[in-house]
Design a binder for this molecule. Structure first.
Ligand code: NAP
Length: 385
């Protein structure tokens, strides 16, 4: 038996009833509960893991809130969440070729690759029967693991921030730059203006843009997170100045500010993981031939825009789900070189994971939140990670 967190449809319904469906009063920590789980017997291609650290991922809050879809109900009334982890291998099945006990690995969360490698489903979310990694131990198949780049210069906590967010950012960037370059080759314009709105994926997206010499802008409501990116040459824009785009006047004021910051050029690539009021703001600031990419719908699932205007401007709105497995491996090569994530000031204890998920929901964290699962760490990390 291993300790693992679960979310039940019953606990969601109880909390929704307590707050009368007012999600501003919803307490995620009442819904994510410590549970126990029996691991399946090891199969020939299985790897038995001891989880060292995990990152709090926003999809877990979405699952607990049931605010996009009620994924827990769809999964039969209970699910074990968690789709990014760093682990140590305890044992491997007879057929496992790539790994051996004692090695440190990362998970990717592609639950069911299509014929080109893109995920049809996400592990620990909508992949049926998938058991997530907010647990002390896990049994996974060999294909689900990527070797951990121990010599990349990042701490255990920094690496734990990346298994889901880095591949997402990597794919968003590959898509955005690829689409833009189809329209405007580097021969005609070398340096682009790239803007992303608050959040861990967006921060990594901007690190990619800045590493390739582009002008990068981070529009966020968090001063700590803006300051952290400023140290990497990424210009901060305070989203609160524009009331998080509550009215058309706020969107207009933001567009004016961006035009000034970019010397009238506007933005060639926008990453919007939030939608809702952010979507309008992001579409408005696009330059001609601009590209808007998204792999998230935290504030809304639907977007409306004027098709005529976007056609005349040759604008592209692109939709990303997640990187391929090969792409996730490639993204790992950039740990420490490009991806240097900002971690929230507290590394949470395993027992405090529900509080961590609630604080993520309250949007009070100063960086990507990490949970330490293992008390004893492998020698490679010392005792401080
Ligand atoms: N498709 C995928 O593979 C994939 C992967 C990762 C994430 N996602 C999704 O993408 C979204 C963002 O994920 P993430 O990991 O980047 O999130 P994150 O690190 O938890 O950041 C979320 C950000 O949302 C911003 N925010 C919160 N409330 C807001 C509001 N009312 N208006 C504007 N901004 C607000 C905050 O930015 P500031 O306060 O700094 O402005 C916060 O930093 C989530 O919905 C997540 O599920 C999808």
């Amino acid at each position: 038996m291993t300790r693992a967190y679960s979310i039940s449809a019953e606990s969601i319904a109880k909390e929704r009833e307590r707050v009368a469906d007012d999600l501003s009063r919803f307490d995620v920590s009442r819904v994510i509960q410590m549970d126990e789980l029996e691991l399946r017997p090891m199969g020939p291609f299985d790897v038995h893991l001891r989880i060292l650290a995990v990152s709090a991922e926003h999809n877990v809050d979405h699952a607990a809130l049931a605010d996009t879809i009620n994924i827990v109900e769809t999964r039969g009334g209970k699910m074990y969440p968690g789709n990014s982890a760093v682990g140590e291998i305890l044992g491997v099945g007879d057929g496992v070729q790539r790994f051996k006990p004692g090695e440190i690995v990362l998970t990717h969360c592609n639950g069911a690759p299509d014929k080109f490698g893109y995920p049809l489903r996400i592990w620990g979310y909508d992949q049926p029967d998938s058991i997530g990694w907010y647990a002390e131990e896990a049994m996974v198949e060999e294909w689900q693991l990527i070797p951990c780049p121990l010599d990349c210069g990042l701490s255990l906590w920094e690496m734990a921030a990346l298994p889901l967010r880095a591949p997402t950012a990597y794919h968003l960037w590959r898509r955005a730059i690829g689409i833009y370059r189809l329209k405007v080759p580097a021969e005609r314009q070398a340096v682009l203006n790239v803007l992303a709105f608050g959040g861990g994926v967006s921060e990594l997206f901007l690190m990619l843009a800045a590493s390739q010499g582009h002008n990068a802008f981070f529009c966020s409501g968090s001063e700590e997170r803006r300051d952290a990116l400023a140290e990497r040459g990424i210009v901060g824009i305070d989203q609160n100045t524009f009331n998080r785009f509550a009215t058309r006047d706020d969107v207009r004021a933001f567009s004016k500010e961006v035009r000034q910051l970019t010397s009238g050029e506007n933005v060639h690539i926008v990453c919007d993981m939030l939608r809702g009021p952010v979507a309008d703001a992001g579409i408005n600031i696009l330059a001609r031939q601009g590209v808007n990419v998204s792999a998230g719908w935290q504030l809304a699932q639907k977007v409306t825009y004027n098709s005529t205007i976007q056609s005349v401007k040759q604008v592209t709105l692109d939709h990303v789900h997640l990187e391929t497995i090969d792409g996730s491996v490639a993204a790992t090569e950039l740990y420490g070189r490009v991806f240097k994530p900002t971690i929230h000031k507290e590394v949470y204890a395993f027992e405090d994971l529900p509080r961590c998920m609630q604080e993520m929901y309250e949007n009070v964290q100063t960086g990507i939140p990490i949970i330490r699962v293992a008390q004893e760490l492998p020698a490679a990390f010392g005792q401080t990670g």
